[in-house]
Design a protein around this ligand. Structure first.
Ligand code: 0WD
Length: 253
């Protein structure tokens, strides 16, 4: 479905990352990928994973640095000359800000969470569009905590609200260039980032009990919808937040 397509994937930290499930599925469907790492520790884990999908484009990028973003897109420009898709699967909040009562969130923690988890999509999209003269698809990952007050999600919820709003403004801005921008709102999955959220285990258990499909969401569930949103199957879909959460968001009691 994606033969010949060139897709950048940001946010593979290890095998359990949502972005890794997506990368594998895109590779199986013929896409050529570039993967990024934020630091040396992640690079060590990423390189062997990249080999399993014959990916030679493993590049550094800390999304909080404009210089890193410039370097990344300059490198992609010289390697590929164009880009068909981007998967933005990156988020960060200080542990302290997830543990404290929300009303005690500090200014620095707010800025950092919003910068890395929300602004970065704008920074990435603005650069990606220059490599997408024939259009493309940009996808990010969000969570229900953007629109509901989920215990312990705190500042990440505010960052995800900004991210979801950015998806709509980016979709409106870039639609004229046939660039689509969408988000997947995934149910909870046990990953490195998720392990930083207090009482995540209990969240998983309650989720499986209450979700209409009576189970937790898997990497594969999210990867399937990501494939759809990056492929021509979703050619008329932009600015959307698509829930891949076994139906959890529709439940009130
Ligand atoms: O339950 C979950 N796991 C859900 C995750 C439910 C719904 C949404 N999401 C979202 C997350 O908020 C995030 O946006 O999915 C996205 C991917 O998260 P993940 O797959 O759950 O987590 P992980 O495997 O840890 O990947 C996120 C990675 C970072 O990992 P660590 O754990 O090292 O912070 O984002 C990367 C990093 O590799 N990252 C950065 N990349 C570039 N620049 C930066 C940065 N400054 N900071 C973090």
């Amino acid at each position: 479905m994606l033969a010949g397509k060139k897709i950048l994937v940001l946010g593979v930290a290890n095998q359990k990352s949502i972005a890794w499930g997506i990368a594998e599925r895109l590779h199986q469907n013929g896409a050529e990928l570039a993967l990024t790492y934020v630091n040396e520790a992640i690079e060590k884990r990423l390189r062997p994973l990249a080999e399993t999908i014959s990916c030679n484009n493993v590049l550094p990028c800390d999304v909080s640095s404009d210089q890193d973003l410039d370097n990344l897109f300059a490198e992609l420009g010289s390697r590929w000359g164009r880009l068909d898709g981007v998967v933005h699967s990156v988020a960060f909040a200080e542990q302290d800000d997830l543990k404290k009562p929300f009303s005690e969130t500090c200014r620095e923690g707010f800025k950092k969470a919003l910068d890395i988890s929300a602004y970065s999509l704008i920074g990435v999209s603005g650069r990606a569009k220059r490599l997408m003269p024939d259009g493309g698809s940009i996808l990010t990952l969000t969570y229900l905590g953007a629109v509901r007050a989920v215990p312990n999600y705190n500042i990440m919820g505010v960052a995800k609200a900004a991210l979801e709003s950015s998806v709509r403004y980016l979709a409106a801005d870039l639609g004229g260039q046939n660039i689509r921008v969408n988000a997947i709102s995934a149910g909870p999955i046990k990953t490195l980032a998720a392990s930083g959220i207090p009482q995540f285990k209990s969240l998983l258990a309650q989720f499986a009990e209450k979700a209409p499909l009576r189970r937790n969401v898997t990497q594969e569930d999210v990867a399937g919808t990501a494939l759809y949103l990056l492929s021509p199957l979703s050619s008329g879909v932009t600015g959307e937040v698509v829930y891949v959460d076994c139906g959890f968001n529709i439940i009130a009691m």
